[in-house]
Ligand binder design. Structure first.
Ligand code: BGP
Length: 490
C-alpha cells in the first residue's frame, strides 16, 4: 500500500567527519583539537588520551576520564594517532568527490574542523586561518561541480585545545562566544555554496575531553556544557536566518532505538524513561523548552546546572528546523541490567530475534521504521537520517574485487523500511546519508578495519597503507539505487 509519494528531490548520499576522514594534521595553519591526542583502540580495549604532567611524566588515560588538573594533552611521536592522517581526504578531496559524484550522490555530509578555521577556536581578536577557509571553499566548489549538496556539521567530536584548557571547553561560556565567531565566519563565507547546516553532531553522546572539551567528567559539568550547546544551537539558528533565508539548520542526535525487554511494567516504563535521556535533547532543540521531566532526570543523574530566563527564551525562540539522527541498531532495556553507552547508541541485553555485526551491534531494519515513526509522531518536524551503515572488515580478493554483499543486504533492508516509513506512514524524510561512504577511522574504537564504505581505502589498523581507493561491489549497487531514486533496490 503506497499512499504518499517518495520525494523526487530526496537527498541520497553519505556522511563523514573531519577527525575520522580528513587528516592533514596541523597542515596549513590548523590548530590542535582535543581529538588529536586520542590513540587507536581495539574492539575490546577502548581508546586513550595521551597526557603530560608538569614534571614531564606522560600517561595514557581512558578517553572518557577526567584530565588531572596539572596535566595537558600531549602528542607522543612514538604513538599512532588515527586522526592525524585519517584516510586522507585533505589531500585527496578531488578524487573522493569525483568518486561520489560518479555514484550520483545528491548530498555529502562532512564536518569542518574548527581549528582549521580558528587555530585557537576564535578567541577575541584571533585572525582566521585563510588557508583553512580556502580548503573548505574548494571542497564545496568541487561538490557543486557534481551537483552534490554539502551537509555541513560544524562540531563533530573535536574541540579546540585552547578552549578546552582555558575555559573547560563547553562548560565555559566563553566557548559559546568563540563558536559563534567561527559559525558567523563560515556561514557568511560559504552562504552561496552551502544550504544545510548541522551545528552539533550527536549532542546526546557528547562527554569528556575529546568530544566536549571538558576536563572533568562530573554530571554537572557535562550538563552545564550541554546547556551551553543548546544556547549555541539557538544562536546559530538565529544567525542563520539573518545570513540567508535559504539556510536549513537542523539538530542531530544519536537515536538508535530502544525496546523494553518484555511486558514487565518496570521494563516498559524504564525503557520510556531511558529513551527520554536521549529525546531530552530533541525536546529542547525542536520543541524549544526543557521538558517537564527534565528536573527529575537531571536530579537523578546528579547534575546541577544554571540557566537564565534569557537563555531559555532564546532556546524557545529559535528551534531547529529539522531533526537529523544516526541510526545503527536497537537495544533492549532491562531495568535490572546495566546499559553500556558507545558510538551507535546504547548496548543493553540480548535481543534473541536479531543477528549482530562482528562488533556486537544488533541489525534491526524494522527498528529504523519504528524510530522514524516514534520521532515523527513526537515532533512533526522533517527528519533526516544522516548516519546508518554496517561496520565490517572487508577482504580484497586476489583479483582486486571487494564483494561486500553483507553491506548491500544491510543497507537494502534498512532502505526498504525507510521507504515504508515515508510512503505508508507518511513520515517527512529529507534524505539518507550512509556513514563513511569512503572508508574512514572508527570513532568508537579508532580501528581502520571497521569499514562502512562503498569505496575501500588501503590502510590498516596501525596506519600503514597507500590510501589507494578501490570501488567495492556496494558502490555499483548504491549508484543504481540513487539513479533510480530508490526504485531499483535489488
Ligand atoms: C557515530 C558518529 C560517527 C561514527 C559512527 C559509527 O556515533 O557520529 O562519527 O563514527 O557513530 O561509529 P563507529 O565509528 O564507532 O563504528
Amino acid at each position: 500500500m503506497t499512499i504518499h509519494e517518495f520525494p523526487k528531490d530526496f537527498l541520497w548520499g553519505g556522511a563523514t567527519a573531519a577527525n575520522q576522514f580528513e587528516g592533514g594534521f596541523l597542515t596549513e595553519g590548523r590548530g590542535l583539537s582535543t581529538n588529536d591526542f586520542v590513540t587507536a583502540g581495539t574492539k575490546s580495549a577502548g581508546r586513550k588520551i595521551s597526557i603530560k604532567f608538569a614534571d614531564d611524566l606522560t600517561e595514557l588515560i581512558d578517553v572518557e576520564s577526567s584530565i588531572p588538573e596539572e596535566a595537558v594533552g600531549y602528542i607522543d611521536d612514538s604513538i599512532y594517532y588515527p586522526s592525524h592522517k585519517a584516510t586522507g581526504f585533505y589531500h585527496n578531496y578531488k578524487e573522493d568527490i569525483r568518486l561520489l559524484g560518479e555514484m550520483g550522490f545528491k548530498a555529502f555530509r562532512m564536518s569542518i574542523s574548527w581549528t582549521r578555521i580558528f587555530p585557537k577556536g576564535g578567541i577575541e581578536g584571533e585572525i582566521p586561518n585563510e588557508e583553512g577557509l580556502i580548503f573548505y571553499e574548494k571542497v564545496f566548489q568541487e561538490c557543486m561541480k557534481y551537483g552534490i549538496k554539502p551537509i555541513v556539521t560544524l562540531y563533530h567530536f573535536e574541540n579546540p585545545v585552547y578552549l578546552a584548557d582555558n575555559y573547560n571547553g563547553w562548560a565555559g561560556k566563553e566557548t559559546i562566544e568563540c563558536y559563534m565567531r567561527y559559525v558567523k565566519l563560515v556561514m557568511t563565507r560559504y552562504k552561496h555554496l552551502v544550504t544545510y547546516w548541522i551545528p552539533i553532531n550527536e549532542i546526546n553522546v557528547l562527554r569528556g575531553y575529546a568530544r566536549l572539551g571538558v576536563r572533568d567528567t562530573s554530571a554537572s559539568t557535562r550538563y552545564q556544557a550541554l546547556h551551553h550547546l543548546f544556547i549555541a544551537n539557538a544562536r546559530t539558528n538565529k544567525l542563520a536566518q539573518e545570513i540567508s533565508s535559504d539556510f536549513k539548520v537542523g539538530c542531530m542526535l544519536a537515536l538508535s532505538g530502544i525496546y523494553p525487554e518484555d511486558c514487565k511494567p518496570e521494563n516498559v516504563f524504564g525503557a520510556l524513561e531511558f529513551r527520554r535521556r536521549a529525546l531530552f535533547f530533541a525536546d529542547v532543540m525542536i520543541r524549544g523548552y526543557y521538558p517537564s521531566y527534565a528536573g527529575s532526570m537531571l536530579e537523578e543523574l546528579g547534575a546541577i546546572i544554571e540557566t537564565t530566563p534569557e537563555e531559555l527564551a532564546l532556546i524557545k525562540a529559535y528551534p531547529s528546523q529539522f531533526l537529523a539522527f544516526s541510526y545503527y541498531r536497537t537495544t533492549v532495556y532491562n531495568t535490572d541490567l546495566p546499559q553500556k553507552v558507545d558510538t551507535g547508541g546504547q548496548l543493553g541485553s540480548e535481543n534473541p530475534y536479531l543477528t549482530k555485526s562482528p562488533w556486537g551491534w544488533p541489525i534491526d531494519p524494522i527498528g529504523l521504521r519504528y524510530v522514524l515513526n516514534e520521532l515523527y509522531d513526537r515532533y512533526q518536524a522533517p527528519l533526516f537520517i544522516v548516519e546508518n551503515g554496517l561496520g565490517m572488515n572487508d577482504t580484497v580478493e586476489v583479483d582486486g574485487t571487494i564483494n561486500d554483499d553483507y553491506r548491500i543486504n544491510y543497507l537494502r533492508s534498512h532502505i526498504k523500511e525507510l521507504m515504508k516509513a515515508v510512503t505508508i506512514d507518511g513520515v517527512d524524510l529529507i534524505g539518507y546519508t550512509t556513514w563513511g561512504p569512503i572508508d574512514l577511522i572508527s570513532s568508537g574504537t579508532g580501528e581502520m578495519n571497521k569499514r562502512y564504505g562503498f569505496i575501500y581505502v588501503d590502510l590498516n589498523n596501525q596506519g600503514i597503507g597507500t590510501l589507494k581507493r578501490i570501488k567495492k561491489k556496494s558502490y555499483y549497487w548504491y549508484k543504481k539505487l540513487i539513479n533510480t531514486n530508490g526504485k531499483d533496490i535489488n
